[in-house]
Design a protein around this ligand. Sequence first.
Ligand code: ZN
Length: 305
Amino acid sequence: MVPDHLNRALRQTIGLLRRPGTGILLATTSTLVLVLSLVGFTAEKSGDQLARKPSLLDLLDEVSRDADSKGVLPGLPPEAPQAASWSSPLARQCSPIDQSMRSRLLAKRRQLPQLRQSIPADPTNYGDRYRRNPWGQDLNPLPRVVILHETVYSLSSAVNTFLTPHPRDEDQVSYHTLVGLDGSIVDVVDPLKRAYGAGYSAFLGEWAVTNPEFQGSVNNFALHLSLETPDDGHDSQGAHSGYTSDQYDALALVLDGWLERFEIDPAAITTHRHVDLGGARGDPRSFSWSHLQDRLTALGRVCQA
Ligand SMILES: [Zn+2]
């Protein structure tokens, strides 16, 4: 089972990154990283892992956005509603690794670069991740929560929606990645960018307000993945026949890459249903956490002794 301390650790990390002094901390750490990279040659010679590891702070620089250009609003942003607790269904009851599943997934992982396709969304449907909110407070733009969705209609109709320019803010929508019923993977928005997957949402009591005209959401620090809905789910019923084995394989492989790249805890994989504050989103329906858990176990991501 995923212990409560993981959730607590997440909240503490989030709390640390929300503190007003964090900018100074990050600036200091950036200087440290610069110094470390200057001495990198020596460190590599001595096998120092710290200096060799790609830094998430480098990533922060990559996604940085100067929100100061529009000026700073007086006052404070609206607070997120009270935190809804999240107890991850992953690793609640662990089973041994399924070796044939592991072989299959590792074979697919080797093929991933060929299997994955990129169909970039129209730029109106996504944006940059912000490092500062309109009130001048620091925001941590690093992805640290994964939101699962379903498309309700076919994968191709979802792609068409994202390719269509949406000039009005309220129509803009996107996920980072889509996973088809046949296991196909379509990347729509670069994970370093902010996809518009969940308006009016929060995770563990955290949201980011990046536009004073809208309520907060998790989008500034979320990665969004949507599963193609089976044919019998093209409606608003509460359930359908569920997702395919190929789809769970592909989902696990995309998550495996994201967890590694962004150092995300598997306990921070959640659903649109959970983070939605409007009460209207129930996706992904008919999702099997145990199918995902089996695969993440086989990939060594959860249930490791
Ligand atoms: Zn959704």
